[in-house]
Design a protein around this ligand. Structure first.
Ligand SMILES: [Zn+2]
Length: 118
């Protein structure tokens, strides 16, 4: 199913990795849904045409990078080695939401890997 661009409501176009990442030979085999007018795109799950998520423009890709930088240390920290200033908040996050955080991290990893390595 062809995804619709969330910015301009046009149908996205399926392109190869070279169209998005001309300097990345290792990504040439990737398939991505692209909206040329918006510069928005999203990768596909490997071996499929199923988008990893919604199309992301430059602004969202930047925001995903920021979110990933915040999530990563939370997802990997242990309650015993956190910064004392944030200990309480992060302890609760880690104890109560480790599964959710891990899922979010995996999603952010996939999104950022597919959308920001150009
Ligand atoms: Zn668009």
């Amino acid at each position: 199913m062809t995804p619709t661009c969330p910015y301009c409501q046009q149908q996205a176009e399926l392109v190869g990795g070279a169209a998005i990442y001309p300097h990345r030979q290792d990504l040439a085999d990737k398939r991505l849904w692209n909206c040329a007018p918006c510069g928005a795109y999203v990768g596909c799950h490997d071996g499929t045409e199923t988008p990893l998520g919604r199309l992301a423009n430059a602004e969202l890709r930047e925001q995903l990078e920021v979110a990933r930088a915040i999530i990563e240390p939370i997802a990997t920290c242990e309650p015993t080695d956190v910064d004392p200033i944030h200990k309480r908040v992060r302890y609760v996050d880690v104890q109560m939401n480790r599964t959710e955080i891990a899922a979010m991290q995996a999603w952010l990893d996939a999104m950022t890997k597919e959308t920001t390595n150009g």
